[in-house]
Design a protein around this ligand. Structure first.
Ligand code: IMP
Length: 422
């Protein structure tokens, strides 16, 4: 009976979805606590292969209630498509709820996201997913945003939209984009109300009851700390906090109710979008990691930047989140590499840094590597720690040491059962 938070320990795409999919088999409640349909969790199970953007991966477990939490931003069209796909595959979706405090992504948010990206010059593009995440969170913190629950009250919604549209049309005009009208937004919202209105609730009573009853609860984040708004490589970040602290705020669970914080890290590193990435390999080895690891974005299909594991960033993620355990994913991708490297420090001129500096400084550092021998053996059929090659065990123990928390899971392939539980 635990409350477990699953967070990304890198730049996102660590394989959180498959770990949540595994843990959700026991969970009674799964809550997605931040982000929107910029996420892309690929889950492969007996129902098929799904790229989930919004729906928590717990949806596949019939007994599990799933919540799109208060801290998220929601594109209801994406949600409806996802639900339709799941239902077509025979997945039961009646236990999916959306918190009334989550914010609505409206079509102009996506347009503004694209326009803002195009307006960034030189190397300053964030490389956003253009899903409207930044503009929606900006409206939320600017106190103009529309909460999902406001859909349920047309008269109130009309007044809120009138206020918002006044501002937004000035912004849209700035980018030569078509103005929006309150009427078209109201019509869009009416359609959404009809299709998902029954799923929009105040989730806090459900959550409080579940915590008090000691149920197994999973909090599922998107992205990783290095793309987090506060502690990531700002401004090349998303607009919410994908950390254990963010989980408490976004889900509505007090910090002291969290029992476990599971950090998910690949055994190498990837990043999508702009900004510093000290261990990036822009050579054959990087290309090999990309090919063997199938490193293309689940949401945008973009090739991911690939590199060696950054142990400094991993230690930073461990501190910010307070990991109580870690899961190391995609071990099998390294099966054919003769020599591996792990970054254990950064060189900055004459100085050696053992911590993650701010973005400006991170752009200038050179990684300091440790070399590790590969294991040159197929690990995809291994299910017990003791059966892993010695070199793989030693490499993973080093990963554990750098993360500062015990290794709990090792994944050796995308299927649900390709997992070693320690
Ligand atoms: P946004 O979240 O779409 O605003 O994008 C902000 C930054 O986070 C960009 O650099 C994106 O490439 C990155 N990002 C957003 N979602 C994901 C994801 O699911 N995986 C990896 N990177 C992402």
């Amino acid at each position: 009976m635990t409350v477990t938070t699953v967070v990304g320990a890198q730049w996102g795409d660590e394989g959180k979805g498959r770990i949540v999919d595994y843990l959700a088999q026991e969970a009674e409640l799964v809550i997605r606590f931040q982000g929107g349909d910029n996420a892309g969790h690929t889950v492969i199970n007996e129902y098929g292969k799904f790229a989930l953007h919004l729906v928590p991966s717990g949806i596949f477990n019939a007994g599990t209630r799933c919540i799109v939490g208060a801290g998220t931003v929601v594109n209801l069209d994406t949600l409806l498509t996802e639900l339709a796909d799941l239902e077509a595959a025979g997945v039961e979706t009646s236990q999916l709820f959306i918190d009334e405090r989550a914010h609505l992504i409206l079509p102009f948010h996506r347009q503004l996201d694209g326009a803002e990206e195009r307006a960034r010059t030189g190397d300053w593009a964030v490389g956003t997913t253009k899903r409207g995440i930044g503009p929606t969170y900006a409206d939320k913190s600017g106190r103009h945003g529309i909460r999902v629950g406001e859909l349920l009250d047309p008269a109130w919604l009309k007044e809120r939209l009138e206020q918002l549209v006044l501002r937004k049309n000035r912004e849209l005009a700035h980018f030569d984009l078509r103005p929006v009208s309150v009427d078209e937004l109201l019509a869009l919202c009416a359609g959404w109300r009809e299709q998902v209105g029954g799923r929009i609730v105040d989730t806090l009573p459900l959550i409080r009851e579940a915590v008090k009853a000691g149920r197994d609860i999973l909090l599922e984040g998107q992205l990783g700390v290095m793309r987090g708004l506060d502690w990531g490589i700002y401004p090349f970040v998303t607009s919410s906090s994908p950390t254990a602290g963010g989980a408490c705020v976004g889900a509505g669970i007090p910090p002291r109710a969290i029992d476990e914080v599971l950090g998910i890290t690949k055994v190498y590193a990837t990043s999508v979008g702009g900004g510093p990435f000290p261990t990036e390999l822009e050579d054959e080895t990087g290309e090999r990691l990309r090919q063997v690891g199938g490193e293309y974005g689940a949401t945008t299909g973009r090739p991911r930047r690939c590199g060696w594991l950054d142990g400094v960033a991993l230690g930073y993620a461990g501190w910010i989140n307070g990991f109580t355990g870690i899961a190391a994913t995609k071990l099998d991708v390294l099966d054919s590499f003769e020599e591996l490297r792990i970054c254990v420090g950064y060189r900055l001129g004459q100085e050696v840094l053992r911590h993650v500096p701010t973005t400006r400084v991170q752009e200038q550092v050179e990684p300091i590597y440790e070399a590790w021998p590969g294991w040159l053996a197929d690990t995809t059929d291994i299910r017990r720690w003791a059966d892993l090659p010695g070199n793989a065990q030693r490499y993973l123990r080093r990963v554990e040491e750098l993360a500062g928390a015990p290794l709990r899971y090792v994944s050796v392939g995308p299927e649900r059962e390709q997992l070693i539980v320690l």
